[in-house]
Design a protein around this ligand. Structure first.
Ligand code: SF4
Ligand code: SF4
Length: 200
């Protein structure tokens, strides 16, 4: 029974003189090689030249701070559970009095690590996060020589105060509209929460 139509009948005919000396085949091969000299090179001379990426390109993660600079992550573990590559680990800690400006929620991630060698940049951690704390950015993960260096901790993941990361370009208009809904409590600033608490 024939399973596919990709069968190819191999010819057993005797080779001609030209075929036996390989000369025409060599000329044909050289002609193909020379023709490539005049074609546009597909090689990108990275890092001097950079390829254009799609706006939704998923690269290195960032752990976002809120507008006051407090870390948004509450160490709930949703991202770790959603991660198909089991690349995320974390250790939680309780926020102490006076640390409200550092951590947005009462529980925070004292340790948060992503193994970039395991990560497949699927973005499921970003989708799972209820605090809009983790996002994938357009930054390409740097190359390293040692495997240990691909374990990214908070020092590499948490957004720097003086170097805020704009992730809005990667959001679809629907997502941006959803985030503007006033009822989303986790979008309130800590100071707003404080003010409300005083009133009650
Ligand atoms: S992008 Fe995907 S694989 Fe990478 S940490 Fe997030 S959920 Fe895991
Ligand atoms: S990044 Fe988001 S999902 Fe992950 S632990 Fe922090 S708050 Fe939870």
């Amino acid at each position: 029974m024939q399973l596919t139509n990709r069968k190819k009948v191999v010819s057993n005919k005797e080779q001609s003189f030209a075929e036996r000396i390989y000369f025409p085949a060599i000329i044909k091969g050289m002609a193909i090689t020379f023709s490539h000299l005049f074609k546009k090179r597909p090689t990108i001379m990275y890092p001097e030249q950079q390829r254009e990426y799609a706006p939704i390109y998923r690269g290195q993660h960032v752990l976002k701070r809120d507008d006051n600079g407090a870390e948004r992550c509450t160490s709930c573990g949703m991202c770790a559970v959603a991660c198909p590559a089991e690349a995320i680990t974390m250790e939680s800690a309780e926020r102490k009095k006076g640390e409200e400006h550092l951590y947005r929620e009462e529980k925070y991630a004292a340790k948060y690590e992503i193994n970039m060698l395991r990560c497949i940049f699927c973005g499921l951690c970003e989708d799972a996060c209820p605090k809009e704390a983790i996002f994938l950015t357009d930054k390409i993960v740097d190359a390293h020589f040692e495997r240990d260096e691909f374990i990214f901790g908070k020092d590499k993941l948490v957004e720097k105060m003086e170097q805020r990361v704009d992730v809005s370009k990667r959001q679809t208009p629907e997502v941006l509209a959803f985030k503007k809904i006033p009822g989303l409590k986790h979008n309130e600033l800590f100071t707003e929460k404080l003010e409300k608490g005083k009133k009650h």
